[in-house]
Design a protein around this ligand. Structure first.
Ligand code: FAD
Ligand code: SIN
Length: 520
């Protein structure tokens, strides 16, 4: 197997990985590995915007309070303080690097989303905010000589020796490489693909969480999965997101009979917290015997809609839905995971030499439910911080011995396990997770998932050389972690709702921990 030695290894090229890499490049050679083309990430598809306390009517302290309230008591206050206080600096820097946010005259324009008490969401080209962030960060990274990017390269496992991360194994279409590094930053994003209804792109298969788990890292709060209330529902079309900013601008939710129903569930109606809106939609779907409700924008006017949401307008047209004239069929879909690899405020994980930032990490800023548009900001703030501390604490030595064959080190040149029925197992796993470990959970449903998934336990012990099979193993690992954590939490809080324990528990709120104990 080929071996490459570098100063820093960054896994993932979304907002968090790119921001970390830019910081690291001042201190040595950085290699960014990424599974697909560099832009393919959740970041690229982010629509609504990035929350930051920069408007005249806003204050960092109010952003702090809104974030804490959305997190339903489980946010780590110190981590939130860092997010809201350092956010404005990271955004100003992005603007200096060329980011163009929409403006009203000379001033930045801010929109509204659920659970924000102020208009504080910056957006770009209406609904292409994530694309603009990727454009600017990739162009900045390209301009730095110390950064090398390896697209179509999938990290398969971390290499940990004496509780210290020494780098990782990576496969491409034709090669298998061990990349040894003085610090490794995980920035692999989320795991939405483990649900059959998701807004996430195909790359979001929980690889970073699964790799960290196998390596012995602590994962935290994995039961908290956020379901976005409004994804396009025209099977077999993808569950394309219809941004919450649409409801922020006045779009309404109607059930099958055309009735506006949100007021019956929450005084803030369409702008109630995401978990409340998602459960209300599920309840309306059950009551009216259908698998979707409608998002109605027609009263906002055709010109406004086309200007404000051009990407959503043109994407829906591809599926023969004119959002200026038609009610849009929507359903909730898995969108974001609040839990992840536990880090401190500097991106340090429980393993020396391993850092994490962005959606793969759990800094505690989101608690039990993320405030809309806080995750792009988290990627910038904590990507920067992880980069800083990965540089400052880099290992002073390399391994000194050959670690290229430790852990799973599949070599694509050598035929190895190929999983029969891989695609069918993937689909069944996703369906089971959606049906029984989704928006509404119970002891019975979660036990059914554990039983359903356990028939594929053998996959966890196998090494694969194809990206698809590796992803399936990671999806299974993460699904089991989520379901077991959800079974242990016998209460409802934030995005975790148990029909058999519909209220918050009586004792003090606790974070949940997941850590590998046996062979798996
Ligand atoms: P990502 O941007 O997902 O990047 C992960 C990277 O890791 C990718 O490059 C991927 O290819 C790579 N990768 C994964 N596994 C491997 C592996 N094994 N080996 C190598 N590379 C790997 N948040 C907001 O704040 N505002 C919004 O408006 C917003 N809108 C959203 C809309 C959609 C449709 C979605 C899906 C999410 C949205 N979010 C939004 C959430 C936000 O986009 C993400 O949480 C955030 O972009 C995550 O950034 P990240 O850098 O952690 O991960
Ligand atoms: C959206 O545009 O609705 C997504 C915002 C987010 O998930 O933060």
């Amino acid at each position: 197997m080929k071996k490459i030695i570098t100063d820093f290894l960054v896994i993932g090229s979304g907002v968090a990985g790119l921001r970390a890499a830019i910081e690291l490049a001042d201190h040595g050679k950085v290699i960014i590995v990424t599974k697909d083309v560099p832009t393919e990430s959740s970041t690229e598809y982010a629509q609504g915007g990035v929350a930051v306390a920069l408007s005249d009517e806003d204050e960092v302290g109010i952003h702090f309070e809104d974030t804490i309230k959305a997190g339903d008591g489980l946010c780590k206050r110190g981590a939130v303080k860092v997010l809201v206080e350092e956010g404005p600096r990271r955004i100003s820097e992005l603007i200096e690097w060329g980011a163009e946010f929409d403006r009203e005259g000379p001033k930045l324009a801010f929109t509204m989303e659920a659970a924000h008490s102020r208009r504080r969401i910056l957006h770009s080209k209406g609904d292409s905010t994530g694309k603009e962030l990727e454009r600017v960060l990739i162009s900045k990274a390209r301009s730095i000589k110390n950064i090398e990017r390896l697209p179509f390269s999938t990290a398969t496992d971390l290499v940990v020796e004496q509780d210290t991360c020494m780098g990782g194994h990576v496969i491409s279409a034709s090669d298998s490489v061990y990349i040894e590094a003085k610090s490794t930053v995980l920035a692999t994003g989320g795991a939405g693909q483990i649900y059959s209804r998701t807004t996430n792109p195909a790359v979001a298969t929980g690889d970073g969480m699964a790799m960290a788990y196998r390596a012995g890292a602590i994962l935290e709060d994995m039961e908290f999965v956020q379901f976005h209330p409004t994804a396009l529902f025209i099977p077999p079309a993808p569950h394309f997101l219809l941004s919450e900013a649409m409801r922020g601008e006045g779009a309404l939710l109607r059930n099958k009979t055309g009735e506006l129903f949100m007021k019956r569930y929450h005084p803030d109606a369409e702008l109630a917290p995401r978990d409340v809106v998602s459960r209300a939609i599920m309840s309306e779907m059950t009551a009216t015997g259908t698998d979707h409700v409608y998002l109605d924008l027609r009263h906002l006017g055709s010109e406004f809609i086309k200007n404000r949401f051009p990407r959503i307008y043109s994407t829906c047209l591809q599926y023969s839905v004119d959002i200026t004239a038609d009610m849009v069929p929507v359903s909730p879909a898995a969108h974001y995971i609040m839990g992840g690899v536990r880090t401190d405020r500097n991106g340090c994980t429980s393993i020396r030499g391993l850092y994490a930032a962005g959606e793969v990490a759990c800094t505690g800023v989101h608690g039990a439910n993320r405030l809309a548009s806080n995750s792009l900001l988290e990627g910038l703030v904590y990507g920067y911080r992880a980069g800083q501390s990965a540089a400052a604490r880099r290992l002073g030595r390399t391994a000194g011995k050959d670690l290229s064959s430790t852990g799973s080190s599949p070599d694509p040149a050598i035929p190895s396990n190929a999983l029969a029925e891989s695609d069918s197992i993937r689909q069944r796993l996703r369906d089971i997770m959606w049906k029984d470990a989704g928006i509404i959970r119970s002891k019975t449903s979660l036990n059914e998932v554990i039983e359903g998934l356990s028939r594929w336990d053998f996959i966890l012990g196998m090494d694969f050389t194809s990206r698809r099979d590796l992803e399936l193993k990671n999806m299974l690992t993460v699904a089991l972690i989520i379901v077991k954590a959800a079974s242990r939490r016998k209460e409802s809080i934030g995005a975790h709702y148990r029909s058999d324990f519909p209220s918050q528990g009586k004792g003090p709120l606790k974070h949940s921990i997941s850590k590998k104990t046996g062979a798996r």
